[in-house]
Design a protein around this ligand. Structure first.
Ligand SMILES: Cc1ncc(COP(=O)(O)O)c(C=O)c1O
Length: 377
């Protein structure tokens, strides 16, 4: 079954008998037992709820995973996965990571005794140099947020062959519609379901998708214990969002290509980072390890003043955090998504006061260009 069909039909709800085409919202905290010592299969919604279960099966099917666990946010998914590790374990993480993940690793994981080392995971030699007997996982974001660096996931997997090291990939930017990291060797795939999967900027969600059942069981135990599960109504919203994932992503990508080409030619734009531009250093790798480039762009303008006025003047495009929804959004990583990253580190990675990040939505490209043209005038 092709991905666009799978988004609609990979999982048919068999938990009810009405024939409802849309998944019902089981807005219940608990479930009555039919008799002493018996269960309907559902006991308490922190452990499982039919609406969430439907969505989890759908996301697992799309990613080609053994299971998927749905969380209240993407950060809750990452924080729960980090509970797999113990004091003294070490993690190697992509250095150009979403700022919230860096905050979690630096302020919580390290406090809990887990060593986190950052590397440009696109550079295999840099990753190899950090691997020790204590390394228990490599946490990859690809393309990265916000610099759009791409990691060769299969090559990293090859690097850790024979070792007990988990490959964890944050696939938020590409989604299983464009890339399936488990096919490339990932053990766990992370999503901020807040983004493309739900797709309408109207709910928060997160996922951990596992390649193997044993890992799923461990994460389910941790999730049941720590409790940041996705609520029934939010599960319904994400299931509904996934129905249009394919057409939203195709249109958003088409807009991103058009915007990147247009931005490249603008005299006030000094550089454009978009994986779908043939001159992007990882254009060929992206084509090899996925079927699309996504719709995230970052770009540098000539001065900090231009960046500030652009954000003040955009009208159709919204100056707002987040990404992956139907509306085109623009953010200022230096003070928003990456505000907690130490300044020197941030600037060294190119996240300075001239950098802007754009998440292309599904509006008419002409309208988006008109908005940017007026804002950059
Ligand atoms: C790549 C990436 N991973 C994880 C997250 C965290 O997800 P959430 O905001 O749903 O907690 C984000 C949020 O922006 C993100 O961009």
């Amino acid at each position: 079954m092709k991905s666009e069909t799978a988004c609609l039909h990979a999982v048919r709800d068999t938990t009810h008998s009405t024939g409802a085409v849309a998944t019902p919202i089981y807005q219940t905290a608990t479930f009555a037992h039919p008799a002493f010592g018996q269960s309907t299969g559902y006991d308490y919604s922190r452990s499982q709820n039919p609406t969430r279960e439907h969505l989890e099966k759908l996301v697992a099917a799309l990613e080609g995973g053994s299971d998927a666990i749905a969380f209240s946010t993407g950060m809750a998914a990452i924080a729960t996965v980090m509970e797999l590790f113990k004091i003294g374990d070490e993690l190697i993480a992509t250095e150009d990571l979403y700022g919230g993940s860096i905050r979690l690793f630096n302020y919580i994981s390290q406090k809990n005794g887990i060593g986190v080392h950052y590397a440009d995971t696109a550079n295999l030699a840099a990753v190899k140099a950090l691997i020790t007997d204590k390394t228990k996982a490599i946490f990859i974001e690809s393309p990265t947020n916000p610099m759009m660096l791409v990691t060769d996931i299969a090559a990293v997997k090859e690097l850790v062959k024979g070792r007990d090291i988990l490959i964890i990939v944050d696939n938020t930017f590409l989604t299983p519609y464009f890339c399936k990291p488990i096919e490339l060797g990932a053990d766990i795939v992370i999503h901020s379901g807040t983004k493309y999967l739900s797709g309408h900027n109207d709910t928060l969600a997160g996922f951990a998708v596992t390649a193997k059942e044993e890992l799923a069981e461990r994460i389910r135990f941790l999730t049941k214990t720590t409790g940041a599960v996705l609520a029934p109504f939010d599960s319904f919203l994400v299931t509904r969002g996934i129905k249009t994932l394919a057409i939203r992503l195709e249109k958003a990508q088409q807009n991103a290509i058009g915007l990147a080409e247009w931005l490249k030619k603008h005299p006030k734009v000094k550089s454009v980072n978009y994986v779908g531009l043939p001159e992007h250093p990882s254009y060929e790798l992206s084509k090899r390890q996925g079927s699309g480039f996504g719709a995230m762009i970052s770009f540098s303008v000539d001065t900090a003043e231009t960046a500030r006025t652009l954000l003040e003047r955009i009208n159709l495009i919204l100056y707002a955090e987040s990404l992956g929804g139907v509306e085109t959004l623009m953010t200022y990583p230096a003070t928003q998504t990456h505000a907690d990253v130490p300044e020197a580190e941030r600037i060294a990675r190119g996240i300075d006061d001239r950098l802007l990040r754009l998440s292309a939505g599904i509006e008419a490209l002409e309208d988006l260009i008109e908005d940017l043209e007026a804002a950059l005038a």
